[in-house]
Design a protein around this ligand. Structure first.
Ligand code: FE2
Ligand code: FE2
Length: 251
């Protein structure tokens, strides 16, 4: 049995130009930094950052995030969220080890980074151009698709107001034999569901998460978290969640 690849998904750090700035009463940069020991323990082959890296879209905010996570010494794949400014982000993240794909190849897997974010719109949308990376997939290799917005409802009214709209455009393009999961951020909570045979998985925010099934964002004291994936070249995979406050008892 060949050994698996490990991916870590980070999401929704909401860092601002001021390194001490708070997001929903939590320190954004410090909370992202609090995950460093978890990432170190998992020792991933790559990190995927699934949007809302910034709260204010400033170049300084992206530099703060990039300076921090590039010290972790892992390849970083990224895509924007609704709080990001793609053009600013592209310039600030134009560094060795950073990529926006849109298709990355890691250990026999294809990782697709779809951009669902639009300026001044909290909800997401994928048009033909944004979906085009899916047409370039190799039909012989398993794939994971990352996108910022939730492609199915997560049963939390406060964030289901801002989903991936016209989501059938995405589902119509996905081959359930090839694509094992659609992973997303944006919802600031852990979610695991399924649609048409494909897993739908969120990553928790690295700064502030909400309790589920509430009308308004309600801070969950579990704290900063991340999602990890283990991917075997034959298409088998596992996933799980780790928190900064946990004992890092990862098997
Ligand atoms: Fe967010
Ligand atoms: Fe978002």
């Amino acid at each position: 049995m060949s050994s698996p690849l490990t991916l870590v998904q980070l999401s929704d750090s909401h860092v601002s130009a001021d390194p001490d700035a708070e997001y929903r009463d939590c320190r954004a940069l410090a909370n992202l930094e609090s995950l460093a020991p978890v990432v170190g323990h998992l020792d991933p082959d790559a990190i995927v950052f699934s949007g809302d890296l910034s709260e204010d879209g400033s170049a300084a905010s992206y530099r703060l995030v990039a300076d921090l996570i590039e010290d972790w010494g892992k390849p970083i794949a990224w895509l924007p969220g609704n709080h990001d400014e793609r053009s600013v982000m592209e310039k600030a993240l134009d560094r060795p080890g950073f990529t926006a794909g849109p298709v990355c190849h890691f250990g026999g897997w294809q990782v697709v980074l779809l951009d669902s974010a639009w300026h001044d719109r909290p909800e997401g949308e994928l048009n033909d151009e944004r979906l085009a990376p899916l047409d370039a997939l190799d039909g012989e290799q398993p794939a994971l698709v990352f996108v910022h917005h939730q492609p199915i409802p997560v049963d939390s009214p406060w964030i289901d107001k801002y989903p991936l709209v016209e989501n059938e455009r995405l589902w119509d393009r996905l081959d359930d034999g090839l694509v094992k999961a659609v992973a997303f951020g944006h919802v600031h909570q852990v979610f695991a569901g399924e649609h048409e045979g494909i897993a739908c998985l969120s990553a928790p925010s690295t700064v502030a998460n909400s309790h589920r099934d509430v009308q308004k964002f309600t801070l969950d004291e579990t704290g900063p978290g991340l999602r990890w994936f283990r991917l075997w070249p034959d298409g088998r995979w596992q996933t799980g969640i780790e928190y900064a406050k946990s004992e890092h008892g990862i098997s």
